[in-house]
Write a protein that binds this ligand. Structure first.
Ligand code: AZC
Length: 821
């Protein structure tokens, strides 16, 4: 079949032009003689989408014919950012499009800027999912992503007088050219109701009579691989009212209320929860989780049944990946379908279920693990609660046989927590059922074994694995840093590193080469210019390109210690103020850039943002300081801004208190872009040190094993003089708002849980080392080259291969290459 069909659509510039104009006229419905940049972007996006659809059809047909084992990646969050540039680069037709557009009088880059971000996620976990989708497509794995199509993604951060305000993200208002609504791919999802025991063919069985039905509709988003025709699908579900239920409501004659209640169905997928750490046991959140899980599992089982009739084969054809506990209800849902609907014997069903799931944990502390109140679960999903109790009963009985009547341990390991509020521990459920459980860096995976899941590790050591996170070099170098991309291909003599990033180690041999160093510095300068222009346009602050661009961008959290960064900046400011002119002439100028969102209810994080603005206001307007120090806060940090910020950074800061960051993936993006890291030995930094050598970054602070003892010392430990002085400046109102900031100062001089005071001295030393290195451009550039050269291990390609081989048991399934193009 494939022998007869090449792609329908041609990719020469003339064909592309025709397609774009076709979409201007008939899709965007503007005259082909008169359309603006945004309309041109829409038409362009539709023409790219056509090509993606064609490839995704081919890929799905090919998968269907081959019927390989597929992996289904279940995640409540995907932070995709923009799609245009990434798509045309992965399709290999960027230059053709650029030419086609320029003949029409448009510039590709300008149109690319018209696109908004798809921000269906909060932070690290969600962006990781996006990177991993890119790698799954590129490595030809037969994979699907499943998630929720939120109508409102992560809030927009607006800063007024230094205070964060949250505004809705109306990302769908102007349409989304990348998705395809599959009106025929819909499934009913049940909620509430009761469970009755009935006799069916002489056997007892449980029948769930739901109290509410909502329809899930599929929206497909194509994910093209690079250097392959394979294009996989991210299928996102949206809530639509179910006809079945509405008929009843309309029949009672209450027309208006029936219509209003239709609205409720759409609410399920309406908004992303904006807190990336704490779980409040909200009903809507649980509904979202079950909604997307139920629709996905129905879809997966439907696909399986198209080709198979015996569920014994299910684990040979299906791998299910749980991205954190958010989709863990899938375990219970598959059990329910197999037992209640397919009428498999309980033990046989459990056997099958235990072969399906792999579970990735992104949290570090027990408080970060999701627990669902039993009352809530029982009312929303009554049958699921029964199944969880049964799973737990069997598990605890089995456990007693293995470990005896150690009641403390039994209660720690139980899926049901018997506390004041009885809850279901979703992580325990997932560990009990999954065949593999993994952390996201070596350090984190060890922590899971020795702390968080110690009891389980002792029981099932073979389940526990490590899959160090990675990021995709396609987005984080090729799309966002075209100058570096060209330079790498030139010096490595090949573009093959884009699919095989280990080739970057080839740079090491040229790290001292004067020509490479020269070109390397030029590339950095170009990227700094782009960032400086952005900063000036956004804040009015002019920054010097000779200064070190020092960046900390990530979600605002106490453990990530943006406050430490700000205290360090105040210290630097204070030092500069107290210098004479000749001392000042030796200062390495800095532009400090901070960006990130605080969860809307996270008061401390919001205070930190305010402090940053107050300090910036003071410093940036102080003529004694001039270009020696600037501080800018970048509002509304998101994926597309990261693409501008990261390539332009000289130094980036990763300051988490040791033992608190599961992995960290921002650092990997900076590393790939030749940015030096200033970091604690936490999460994946430990592995970065192994790859590039401790001499090529600036490490500081307490190590993981030292933290408990330092905490023990508690408030009694001495606050270093320099730190005390900085805090005094804040307390005395040097930056205004002194009452408002007292509590931040108290947290450092009091309990100092995050060890800002105790790490302060070592932090300043690392900063001084960074200044010294920056003053020596040759040395700095060499370190920068070696950073990029050592970044290969942190590609999501490596991560995904690890998962495929060690967890999912899947093989690549590549569309035959003679039809590539
Ligand atoms: C994050 C971790 O905090 C971070 O260390 C890790 O790199 C990242 O996941 C990817 O594994 N966790 C989250 O983002 N968590 C949530 C719930 O958003």
């Amino acid at each position: 079949m494939f022998g007869l069909m090449d792609g329908f659509l041609k990719n020469d510039p003339i064909s592309l032009q025709k397609d774009i104009l076709y979409h201007v006229e008939y899709t965007v419905a503007r005259s082909r003689f008169s359309f603006d940049d945004f309309e041109a972007y829409q038409a362009l996006a539709h023409s790219v989408r056509d090509r993606l659809i064609e490839r995704s059809h081919d890929t799905q047909l090919f998968f269907k014919r081959k019927d390989p084992k597929r992996v289904y990646f279940l995640s409540l969050e995907f932070l995709m950012g923009r799609s245009l540039s990434n798509s045309v680069i992965n399709l290999g037709i960027r230059d053709q499009y650029a030419e086609a557009l320029s003949q029409l009088g448009f510039e590709f880059e300008v149109l690319a800027e018209q696109e908004g971000d798809a921000a269906l996620g909060n932070g690290g976990l969600a962006r990781l999912s996006a990177c991993q989708m890119d790698s799954m497509a590129t490595l030809d794995y037969p994979a699907w992503g499943y998630g929720l199509r939120y109508q409102y993604g992560l809030f927009r951060q607006v800063i007024l007088d230094g205070i964060q305000h949250e505004q809705p993200d109306f990302w769908l208002n102007f349409g989304n050219p990348w998705e395809t609504e599959r009106v025929h791919v819909t499934y009913p999802v049940k909620f509430y109701g009761t469970v009755e025991e009935e006799i069916l063919n002489g056997e007892k069985c449980n029948v769930w009579n739901p109290g509410e039905l909502v329809e899930a509709v599929a929206y497909d988003n194509p994910i093209p691989g690079y250097g392959t025709r394979n294009t996989i699908t991210l299928r996102l579900w949206a809530g639509k009212p179910s006809d079945q239920r509405d008929m009843e409501a309309f029949n009672t004659g209450d027309y208006i209320n029936a219509l209003v209640s239709r609205q409720k169905a759409e609410n399920i997928s309406s908004v992303l929860y904006p807190d990336d750490r704490s779980y409040q046991g909200k009903e809507l959140r649980l509904k979202q989780q079950y909604f997307f899980v139920s629709a996905s599992i129905q879809d997966i089982i439907r696909r399986f049944k198209d080709a198979h009739s015996n569920f014994d084969e299910f684990p040979d054809k299906v791998a299910l990946q749980l991205n954190d506990t958010h989709p863990s209800l899938a375990i219970v849902e598959v059990m329910r379908v197999l037992v209640d609907e397919e009428h498999l014997d309980w033990h046989k069903a459990w056997d099958i279920v235990c072969k399906l799931f792999s579970f990735t944990i992104h949290a570090v502390i027990a408080e970060g693990l999701e627990k669902i109140p039993v009352d809530l679960l029982g009312s929303l999903l009554p049958r699921h609660l029964q199944i969880i109790y049964d799973i737990n009963f069997n598990f605890v009985e089995e456990l007693k046989k293995r470990i005896g009547l150690d009641y403390d341990r039994l209660s720690r390991m139980s899926i049901v927590e018997e506390a004041a509020v009885k809850t279901i521990r979703m992580a325990n459920l997932s560990v009990v059922c999954a065949h593999t459980v993994n952390g996201v860096s070596t350090v984190h995976s060890e922590l899971l074994k020795t702390k968080l899941f110690k009891d389980f590790y002792e029981l099932w050591p073979e389940k526990f694995q490590c899959m160090t996170n990675g990021v995709t070099q396609r987005r984080w170098i090729v799309v966002s840093n075209p100058s570096l991309c060209a330079l790498l291909s030139k010096w490595l003599g090949t573009e093959a590193w884009i699919r095989n990033v280990d080739l970057l180690t080839g740079l090491r041999e040229y790290a001292d080469d004067a020509d490479l160093q020269q070109e390397w510095m030029m590339v950095k300068k170009v990227n700094k210019m782009r960032l400086a222009e952005y900063i000036e346009a956004m804040s009015g602050v002019k920054v010097s390109l000779d200064a070190m661009f020092d960046v900390q961008t990530k979600r605002i959290h106490e453990y990530k210690r943006q406050l430490l960064n700000i205290l360090g900046i105040i210290h630097r400011y204070d030092c500069i103020k107290n210098m004479d002119k000749s001392q000042q002439s030796k200062v390495v100028p800095r532009v400090c850039i901070i960006g990130g969102k605080a969860a809307p209810g996270y008061e401390v994080a919001k205070k930190i943002i305010k402090l940053c603005h107050a300090v910036a206001e003071k410093i940036n307007n102080d003529s004694d300081v001039g270009d020696l120090l600037k501080l800018v806060f970048i509002p509304d940090y998101n994926v597309s801004l990261a693409e501008v910020v990261i390539p332009g950074a000289d130094l980036s800061q990763h300051l988490s208190t040791a033992g608190h960051e599961a992995s960290g993936t921002g650092s990997m993006k900076f590393l790939m872009n030749g940015c030096l890291l200033l970091a604690t030995e936490d999460g994946s930094t430990v592995e970065i040190v192994e790859e590039i050598g401790a001499e090529n970054l600036f490490l500081f602070g307490a190590k993981i094993h030292e933290v408990p003892e330092l905490r023990e010392k508690g408030p009694a430990h001495d606050v270093p003089l320099q730190c005390a002085r900085v805090l005094r400046l804040i307390r005395d109102g040097h930056f205004g708002f002194q009452d408002y900031f007292q509590s931040l100062c108290d947290s450092v001089e009091g309990e100092d849980f995050y060890l800002l005071s105790s790490d302060f001295g070592s932090y300043l030393e690392a900063q001084a080392a960074a200044d010294k290195a920056f003053a020596d451009p040759k040395k700095w550039t060499k370190m920068s080259i070696l950073s990029t050269a050592g970044s290969g291990r942190f590609s999501s390609d490596r991560t995904i291969r690890d998962y495929a081989e060690k967890s999912w048991g899947i093989e690549p399934c590549r569309f035959p290459s003679e039809f590539d193009g």
